[in-house]
Design a protein around this ligand. Structure first.
Ligand code: GRF
Length: 253
């Protein structure tokens, strides 16, 4: 079974990157989940950590959506997680200058909202899951290396909005999913973990979407769990060389 997947974990010096994770957490890690749509990844995370053996590892403090009618908000409520609708007001058609000001303001509102719900630089992880807002650097600087995202392709291939369709249309034989740190670019941050999804000869876009979402729902919670355990190290991707320590995640599952 495992031969079907290659799960690649880039491990690196987490002491400098994860000061908040250096000791085994006794307190749960406070999590905020940022969403815009269906919220299937959000729900997969919530369900995973509801399993008896996983309880107490994380505390889902808040789900924030920039879309009022996102189904994710309903799903979060059903799981008894506080929700906040925080519109970004970043509209198409406004100038780049205005966009950048609005993004900066949104970063401050998001920081305030998260901190109000207990998600702080000291004990917080922010998981973007289908969040359609480009996050401003002020937010990333406030939560250094604490903002992660899931993407439905094997980055750096097929970044952006059409990860699944792009890979399918290109005719690649394998695609997959990637969990990565968020940086200022679009899907360009350091890769944390990937899971490969092979594309069958008779694959359709619909069957591929299903496989990709299944892989996402398996991978994302497990990566969060390893972050909780402090098992994640990362390699600075600008400094990868032969001496880089490749990683082994000690599974405690
Ligand atoms: C996922 O495919 C994720 O990789 C991408 O957006 C989609 C969100 O789906 N960033 P959902 O809202 O979690 O169902």
């Amino acid at each position: 079974m495992y031969l079907r997947f290659i799960v690649v974990f880039f491990l690196f010096f987490y002491h400098s990157f994860f000061p908040f994770l250096c000791e085994k957490n006794k307190e749960p890690l406070n999590i905020a989940i940022l969403v815009s749509g269906q919220g299937s990844n959000m729900e997969a995370i919530l369900h995973y950590f509801k399993q008896p053996k996983k309880q107490g590892l994380i505390k889902p403090c808040v789900v924030v959506s920039n879309k009022k009618n996102a189904y994710a908000l309903e799903r979060a409520k059903k799981n008894f997680v506080p929700t906040v609708y925080l519109p970004s007001k970043i509209k198409n058609g406004i100038t780049n200058e205005k966009k950048s000001i609005t993004r900066k303001q949104y970063a401050q509102k998001l920081i305030a909202c998260l901190e109000e719900h207990g998600v702080t630089p000291k004990n917080g992880l922010i998981c973007a899951a289908g969040f359609m807002v480009i996050i401003h650097k002020d937010f990333l600087n406030h939560f250094p290396n604490q903002v992660i995202n899931i993407h439905p392709a094997l980055l750096p291939s097929f970044p952006g909005n059409n990860g699944i369709k792009g890979a399918f249309a290109y005719g690649v034989k394998v695609t997959g999913v990637t969990v990565h740190f968020v940086d200022e670019g679009i899907d360009t941050g350091p890769i944390i973990a990937q899971k490969v999804v092979p594309i069958a000869n008779d694959e359709t876009l619909a069957t591929l979407k299903e496989k990709i979402h299944k892989a996402e729902h398996e991978l994302y919670p497990r990566v969060i769990e390893q972050i909780v355990y402090g098992n994640m190290k990362m390699v600075d991707k600008t400094k990868i060389d032969n001496s880089s320590q490749f990683m082994k995640i000690k599974s405690k599952m």
